[in-house]
Design a protein around this ligand. Structure first.
Ligand code: ATP
Ligand code: MG
Length: 560
């Protein structure tokens, strides 16, 4: 690879290239994605998946999916299944390389015994609170546990009895014997095992002691022969600990490399906060289309291609920053523009009677399915005496620059004729309920033979043939750009956007949409990209989600 090519390559790939050149792992590249099954995956995880899987693919290496399932209480089978589904949907293939840290519980136990025998670990009887107190603070050294010099035999005996269930929760811990004076708190004799009489989703009741995440993670990578262990910046301070364990055990040494987490504007990403939104019913579940989870994005109509493209665009760096949600949406828009068939739909219908159109007549108009893709062909749409147009496309007393309908004004109906408004009917509450118009049969090609021009083109749906649907429009989940950073005394939940969901019923769609299947995506002309909801849509009741608007309307709102 030439120098100029290397420059455009991120720092992680540069390290891998250098390792391959120096023969560090005999040219082997093996990465993994290591989720804890304690929630659904979010777009930040997608960054990690794309990075790890992308690197394995590019370098002809291997990719593991490993569940770091050390915490029996918080983990559920539901999460494991959803994570697998999401990783697969994103296009990362693990083949036979599916692992669970809980597969290594026996091996980890043996490793712990090895450290005890080497004098590198001891059984400690301090309570959780005492342990915290002994640990010291950023500016104060910790104090040695009174059990730190417990004889090896006694440690071995106690550890075995911890395992056999002799003691209640919290009675003892197994700790690494490192350095209570270390400036790195992670090195102050960290816990390796805790007693927890709890049921585990895979090992059942076989264990009543569980390894900590820090004692498990590095060794799991090592057991699997992971060459480049990619993780986020907050683990930088854990690297010396992982290295210490591996060096003491004398086992294969993966190289940990840290990168900055993806953070997006107007949303939260921590699983704890996402879980809170779900449990307190601020949203309708993990896959509520307003959530930043992969399952929510899938339901909303985002495509794996566009998420991968987004991840490539943002790249990887060592610096924490906030990425504009609009950038993700731009990737979605670009992909859907290529692939989504165009349709006409009226979200807030206003009835139009075309008075000079024969009463029992109807005709078929031809519409282009996708101007970006000629192979998508054309379709037929019925046109008749009564149509629906968008409420917004008519004004009783329009300003000069309003190029849509008003009394005496003329517009072009997309794929049909010029339409002129003569009159309107108001309901009892003063609302406009019906327009009376005429069409010009000479304008079927979109132009008038007499050369007169109209500025606006609006969409429409034939009233007699329209399909009813519910359409859900979404806005940002949070009104604050960074809800993780709120003024003192305020709560991040105070910034939940009360208008993040707008449910429209009685929307009118062109009849071809009656065959739309859950997950199908369309561009509704002038309105955005929409996708059939996979949870709530049925042949009897079509439900669409707006995936994304046609333009970044939020940028405008923000600017106001
Ligand atoms: P929590 O939100 O509770 O802190 P987590 O996001 O760390 O949990 P894990 O299941 O441990 O969840 O994450 C799996 C992998 O995804 C880890 O390697 C982690 O570094 C990475 N990851 C998590 N969040 C992000 C993010 N926002 N951007 C990039 N990678 C991430
Ligand atoms: Mg984590």
């Amino acid at each position: 690879m030439s120098e100029s090519e290397t420059k455009s390559v991120d720092f992680i790939r540069q390290t891998i290239i250098a390792d391959n050149e120096s023969g560090k792992h005999e040219g082997r590249v093996h990465t993994r994605f290591p989720p804890e099954p304690n929630g659904y995956l979010h777009i930040g995880h997608a960054k990690s998946i794309c990075l790890n899987y992308g690197i394995a693919e590019e370098f002809g290496g291997q990719f593991n999916l490993r569940f770091d399932d050390t915490n029996p209480e918080k983990e559920e089978v539901e999460y494991v299944e959803s994570i697998k589904q999401d990783v697969e949907w994103l296009g990362a293939q693990w083949g036979d390389n599916l692992f669970f840290a809980s597969d290594y519980f026996d091996k980890l136990y043996e490793c712990a015994e090895q450290l005890i025998k080497q004098g590198d670990a001891y059984v400690c009887s301090l309570t959780a609170e005492e342990t915290r107190e002994y640990r010291g603070g950023w500016n104060t050294e910790g104090r040695d546990s009174p059990d730190r010099d417990r004889p090896i035999d006694e440690n071995l005996d106690l550890f075995q009895r911890m395992k056999s269930g002799e003691f209640p929760d919290g009675k003892y811990t197994l700790r690494a014997k490192i350095d209570m004076a270390s400036p790195n708190m992670n090195m102050r004799d960290p816990a390796m095992y805790r007693i927890r009489h709890a049921h585990h989703h895979r090992t059942g009741d076989a264990w009543c002691i569980y390894p900590t995440y820090d004692w498990t993670h590095g060794q799991s990578d090592s057991f699997e022969g992971i060459t480049h262990s990619l993780c986020t910046l907050e683990f930088e301070n854990h690297r010396p600990l992982y290295d210490w364990y591996i060096d003491k055990l004398g086992i294969f040494h993966p190289q940990q490399i840290e990168f900055a987490k993806l953070r997006l504007t107007h949303t939260v990403m921590s699983k704890r906060k996402l879980r809170e939104l779900v449990e307190h019913k601020h949203v309708d579940g993990w896959d509520d289309p307003r959530m930043p989870t992969i399952s929510a994005f899938r339901r909303r109509g985002y495509t794996p291609e566009s998420i991968r493209n987004f991840c490539q665009r943002i790249g990887v760096t060592k610096f924490n920053s906030l990425t504009d949600f609009g950038l993700l949406e731009q990737s979605i828009r670009e992909h859907l523009n290529q692939i989504a068939p165009r349709r006409m739909a009226v979200l807030r219908p206003l009835k139009v009677i075309i008075e000079n159109y024969p009463e029992s007549a109807m005709e078929i108009r031809h519409a282009i399915n996708n101007p970006e893709d000629e192979s998508a062909g054309t379709r037929e749409i019925p046109f008749g005496r009564e149509i629906y147009i968008e409420r917004d496309d008519f004004m009783e007393d329009p300003p000069k620059k309003f190029f849509r309908l008003g009394p005496g004004r003329e517009v072009r109906l997309r794929y049909a004729y010029f339409l002129k408004c003569h009159n309107f009917v108001k309901g009892r509450d003063g609302e406009i309920v019906e327009l009376h118009c005429t069409f010009d049969p000479q304008t079927a090609g979109g132009k008038a033979p007499d050369g007169r021009k109209v500025k606006g083109t609006i969409h429409w749906v034939s009233a007699a043939d329209a399909v009813d649907a519910e359409v859900r429009l979404y806005e940002r989940m949070f009104q604050r750009e960074n809800p993780d950073d709120v003024p003192e005394g305020e709560d991040w939940k105070d910034y939940i956007n009360p208008h993040s969901l707008d449910v429209l019923t009685g929307c009118k769609l062109e009849p071809s949409l009656v065959h739309a299947e859950p997950g199908d995506s369309f561009q509704f002309e002038r309105l955005g990209y929409f996708c059939v909801d996979s949870n709530d849509s049925s042949p009897d009741k079509l439900v669409f989600n707006r995936t994304v608007t046609l333009k970044d309307s939020w940028a405008k709102v923000k600017g106001k």
